[in-house]
Design a protein around this ligand. Sequence first.
Ligand code: HQG
Length: 192
Amino acid sequence: MTNNKDDQQRLDGRTKMFINKKMSYALRHNPQKYGLKLDKYGYVDLHQFLDAMNRVHHFRPRLTEMTIREIMHGAKKQRFKIKNGQICALYGHSIPGIIKHPEKVPPKVLSHGTARRFLPSIEKRGLLPMGRQYVHLSADVDTAEAVGKRRDQHPAILKFNAAAAHKDGVKFYYANDQVWLVDQVAPKYLSR
Ligand code: HQG
């Protein structure tokens, strides 16, 4: 690990966002492009990850563990986790092999923020993972609102009766304190 305080101070918001995006891309969507292989929990060796990121993107100054930790701590969303010299994305995966997440008992109610234009389809088919491995749910309405605003200025916030679904045997996976994952959500558990 390089102690690179000066390098960090030079990192502006745009650079941090760029690094964040590339980290998400590598750890959620296309590790292959970086010559990386995630384990079944989505983890990869941190040093291999840093080498790959630097090789592909030619970061100057070089991307270090300290910079990544700084970005992670400063971010509003907890997207990544570093543990035992490995790093993973906590949610959002779209790679072919299913990534396993810890199963947990959910809060009684979860929320899902979405675009109003998707509602007719969601009312009919329920929530589906679409391009990702899992449906993503928010622990609170503010988070759901922020998620929905990515696609609609006035998003629809759906209430998911997680307690009823859990009782019926639906499995819930924990990503972080704000984000929960399920395989899909039947329309009967959803309300406005
Ligand atoms: C919608 C970001 C039509 C669903 C966010 C959503 C989150 C349907 C979109 C995380 C549907 C999928 C995930 C159906 C679901 N018919 N539309 N039957 N079922 N949809 O991006 O939940 O910033 O894959 O409502 O903040 O929006 O990247 O999922 O609008 O936490 O860290 O299909 O990604 O996090 O969109 O977002 P997404 P999401 P980051």
